[in-house]
Ligand binder design. Structure first.
Ligand SMILES: NC(=O)c1ccc[n+]([C@@H]2O[C@H](COP(=O)([O-])OP(=O)(O)OC[C@H]3O[C@@H](n4cnc5c(N)ncnc54)[C@H](OP(=O)(O)O)[C@@H]3O)[C@@H](O)[C@H]2O)c1
Length: 345
């Protein structure tokens, strides 16, 4: 497995990382811990050394599983990334625990609830509390990359949250600071904060918006880029026709029919460009994102060892040639359909 440096840090991360959202068990339909642990083992054995999770994935379960799996593994060989900011400790309407009370004037961002019914909480006291809980679940005394989980643009621009993370860094609880974002404006604001070592962005064949401004800017300023949803949450495997019904507890149930139809049409165009099957869609999707030098690692989500082995092949046995990459960029720029069904930014 090839490795790349994560921004200005001294961390060398595997090109294909492991995205641990699905194994939490509350976002991608039913998963069995046995399969998840085997998937993690397959990744480790293939040279994956970057694991991205969040406290909210499975309400702590993803972190617990990762902690269990990593017990006894060489800490030097591994980069552990997690996130905070979705408060699952506090069911709506319940009282705030004393340990969760804010010790600063920072506003939280209550906003709307996520698919699992959690609310955002970026109060300084809460962030510190969440960090302690993550350390315990992960079974470690330091988190390599601690990321803010989709704070608002306003909060990123204010910079106070990064100061809170700076405090945790000084105390040795975390090593580096990251921000996971949705929009280009948020990504830019995160890059502009010189204390931030990595951003986490959505980037894939269906949504190449980050290629225009954000990737060059991150590369210029040597900020690490973690690509998420490179498979467009599984769509870029080609296995989900618009009529497919996702199970309960699968966040993909929220996709509206117009998005499903538009994405399916885009996928047909991509397949046509790739010569229908001469190069599997999934492999092309992962290799496409790795073709950008600004990208440090692509955290492919996986639920089974078989999925992991397919995903790591993008780094171990690349097959997408430079002409294909240009054709895929050109297709995205040319076809109006690629502007349809994108999440608003
Ligand atoms: N806001 C944020 O910060 C945020 C948001 C989203 C994700 N993330 C992070 O980014 C990671 C990656 O994103 P993601 O997991 O949502 O999406 P993804 O990597 O685009 O897709 C993952 C899903 O695709 C399917 N899949 C993966 N490999 C496959 C293979 N070889 N063959 C067939 N199907 C395969 C699996 O689901 P099925 O088999 O059920 O289709 C898997 O759960 C997450 O795990 C998480 O760590 C962060």
């Amino acid at each position: 497995m090839k490795e790349r440096r994560l921004g200005k840090t001294d961390l060398h991360v595997s090109e294909i990382g492991f995205g641990c959202w699905a194994i939490g068990g509350n976002a991608y339909g039913p998963v069995r811990d046995k399969d998840s642990l085997e998937a993690l083992a397959a990744a480790w054995d293939s040279g994956v050394n970057f694991f991205d999770t969040a406290d909210t994935y499975g309400e702590g379960h993803s972190e617990e599983l990762l902690g269990k799996f990593l017990k006894g593994k060489s800490r030097d060989r591994l980069t552990l990334a997690t996130k905070c900011g979705w408060d699952f400790y506090l069911p709506a309407g319940k009282q705030v625990l004393p340990s969760q009370k804010s010790d600063s004037s920072l506003p939280g961002s209550p906003g709307k609830l996520n698919h699992a019914g959690h609310r955002k909480n970026f109060d300084a006291g809460y962030i510190r509390f969440a960090c302690e809980q993550s350390l315990k679940r992960l079974g470690t005394d330091v988190i390599d990359l601690f990321q803010l989980h989709n704070p608002s643009l306003e909060l990123i621009q204010k910079g106070d949250l990064v100061s809170v993370l700076g405090g945790l860094k000084k105390e040795g609880k975390i090593r580096f600071i990251g921000i996971s974002v949705h929009t280009e404006a948020e990504a830019l604001a995160a890059i502009e904060d010189l204390r931030v070592q990595a951003i986490q962005i959505i980037f894939n064949l269906l949504d190449q918006r980050m290629a225009e401004r954000i990737l060059p800017e991150a590369e210029k300023r040597d900020v690490g880029v973690i690509v998420r949803e490179a498979l467009a949450s599984g769509l870029l495997t080609g296995k989900y026709a618009p009529s497919h019904e996702f199970p309960k507890d699968d966040h993909r149930r929220r996709w509206v029919p117009e998005k499903r139809e538009a994405d399916w049409q885009k996928i047909q165009l991509i397949q046509k460009t790739l010569g229908f099957g001469s190069l599997p869609l999934l492999k092309a999707a992962l290799e496409f994102t790795l073709a950008f030098g600004a990208v440090s690692t692509v955290i492919a989500g996986a639920k089974t060892p078989a999925q992991v082995l397919e995903n790591v092949a993008a780094s171990l046995r690349p097959a997408l040639n430079p002409e294909d990459i240009e054709r895929l960029k050109e297709l995205y720029g040319r076809e109006e359909i690629f502007r349809k069904g994108l999440n608003p930014r």
